[in-house]
Design a protein around this ligand. Sequence first.
Ligand code: PLP
Length: 401
Amino acid sequence: MKTARLVESLPTSYIREILQAATAADCLSLAGGLPDPKYFPLDATAEALQLVADSPSVHGHLFQYASTRGYQPLIDHLQTQLSVGAGHELLMTNGSQQGIDLAVRTYLNQGDEVALEVPAYLGALQVFALAGVRVRPIPQLPNGPDLEALRKVFETGRCKMFYTVPDFHNPTGCCWSLEVRTEVARLCRKHGVLLLEDAPYRDIRFHGENLPLVSDFCSDVAIVLSSFSKTAMPGLRLGAVVAGKKLLAPMLRVKQAVDLHTNTLGQFLLAEFLVKGNYVAHIANLCRNYHAKYEALHAALELHTAEFGFHRPVQGGMFIWFVLHELDATLVAQRCLERGLAVVPGGVFFPAGEKHSINALRLNFSYLAISQLEEAAARLAAVLRELSACIAVGGRYSGVR
Ligand SMILES: Cc1ncc(COP(=O)(O)O)c(C=O)c1O
């Protein structure tokens, strides 16, 4: 059976393929964006499940069809936790990935243009491809998008949406400055462009000032996506869309058409954890531990790989973006896999067919233990040395850029 045209154009998730290859017993993976399961709130979840098991008649409603908007006690709690402003509302989704999909289905037609920073989150590129919308890539600078390039794209009048990850971007770890946030908000309002602000890493800040959401400066044209995948457990598949009532109402209709509502038992488990557990302490602990892991990988890279590339320090999130001076990132990633290390070459974070000059690796530091991160950096260094030595003697690796 022939698949639909748009499905044929859907990029495969190279990362999922690498993750599959990385399941070999001695392979260390810096490839996925996986949180460390050591920090999953399993005790709170077990208690909540026990509550359900002990009194099924009280909790039987968790297994009935429910409201499209989500589980009300969770929504009530999140209104406060996420500081949802007056006139704004919340919709529970299956992760922020579904939030991206719902926003695109609701506000874009096939052939419409969406701007986004490149390199970009692969899952968003997949949604855009499936919806048949046209991507306008905006280069990313150290403090956020290239504002001049963004202004030019907005001025064409064809761009309807700007998809962004301003806090600890995937894959680069970039965090926008306050000036960039206010200017992007101003441009979105001036040109009537819908801002889709995806913020799954926002709470994972190691140090530095917590900056306002970009949407705080343009809330009338903005949709914010939150996620509990990185801060609680990704398997729960829970996220929240926050937007003004007018923007959210059609998204609710689309959500109903797509899957009726988000799994209520999962929402109950999250609500119990957020309401009864100490979420503030949980996040502080998570940030402390991820910070230590980041420092360990950062130091090991400085020690072993500085001659082959560089990376900008990050203040949070889960990723280091390691830019190679000479060796080809795809070749390095391939060789690493043969040597028991999974990393993602930067080219996969670009829209299909988009020419780019970026030669980098995305390295995740949240998943492995500190000793494994150090070993991973040593394996990466060995591959980099091996490939450059081979090239130096005119060997078969012709991966110099
Ligand atoms: C920028 C970005 N947005 C969305 C997602 C998807 O998150 P969720 O698990 O909440 O669907 C990810 C996952 O890695 C991500 O990096």
